[in-house]
Design a protein around this ligand. Structure first.
Ligand code: FPP
Length: 257
């Protein structure tokens, strides 16, 4: 019993400590390690995804409680279609059931759902459910939850170039007018603010085709924790670590001070 109190006190401390400094406005997460988490327990990989879905729920609630403006989760990459059929099917099923079950939580917490990726090529059932939740939550304003689905950053850039190219051909945009704002307007993410903190779980230290444009100045944080084990405490640690960094955006320390 006493141990629980001590642990609660440490947790409180860290949460109140991070409140003293500005939070990252936009957190993006590569939720990795579901499969290994399951294998370590002698279970099949999809068990890890089921547990991982519970971690998603918790972290979304925590981010909205902290006042984070944007949370972007890498839920399914364009490369993930190459996984075993059962795994892909389970991930789609989990997505549909999460969207169905969590719409109330999103409304209650004033969270707007947004999705980025090649959504038109998603299974129709997922696409319809997504559209429904996006439409139902479009006026919510406390936090935007961005789900990267059938997403790949290179694909996003190719699509962006094609859209701009079409507009140049039709004289809607001139080449001289292309700048960062124009690019931003044609990404899947459409005007998503830059990522401040990118977290990847499970010990891997790579970007895996995630938000290549949007992470230009992001602080990167890697943790060995597998995604299903990722708790509020781990999120606070990542935020605290972020708050200790000096973000110079190309300037010198002296200029910033
Ligand atoms: C990576 O772990 C995780 C994924 C490819 C999918 C992430 C999906 C979820 C957490 C569940 C559904 C999400 C939502 C938003 C409801 P991995 O399978 O690559 O793990 P491994 O590297 O250990 O094999």
């Amino acid at each position: 019993m006493e141990e629980i109190h001590v642990f609660a006190a440490i947790e409180m401390n860290l949460e109140s400590r991070i409140k003293l400094q500005p939070y990252p406005k936009h957190i993006a997460i590569i939720m990795d390690g579901n499969g290994r988490w399951a294998k370590k327990r002698g279970k099949i990989r999809v068990f890890g995804h089921e547990k991982g879905t519970k971690a998603v729920r918790k972290i979304v609630e925590t981010c909205v409680r902290l006042g984070i403006n944007h949370l972007t989760l890498y839920a399914f990459s364009t490369e993930n279609w190459n996984r075993p059929k059962l795994e892909v099917k389970t991930l789609m099923r989990l997505l549909i059931s999460s969207l169905k079950n969590e719409i109330e939580t999103l409304q209650k917490n004033n969270i707007k759902l947004n999705a980025l990726g090649d959504l038109g090529s998603m299974p129709l059932k997922v696409f319809n459910e997504l559209e429904h939740v996006i439409e139902a939550t479009k006026s919510n304003s406390k936090m935007t939850l961005n789900l990267a689905l059938n997403y790949g950053a290179r694909g996003e850039l190719i699509n962006c170039m094609k859209e701009i190219g079409e507009k140049i051909k039709k004289n809607i945009i001139s080449i001289e007018k292309i700048d960062e704002t124009v690019i931003n307007e044609h990404l899947y993410s459409r005007n998503l603010p830059d990522v401040d903190l990118l977290i990847r779980t499970s010990g891997e230290q790579r970007i895996s085709n995630f938000l290549l444009w949007q992470i230009a100045y992001a602080e990167l944080y890697f943790t060995n924790v597998f995604w299903p084990d990722f708790t509020d405490q781990h999120l606070y640690e990542a935020i605290e670590n972020y708050q200790k960094r000096e973000r110079r955006f190309g300037k010198t320390s002296e200029q910033l001070n």
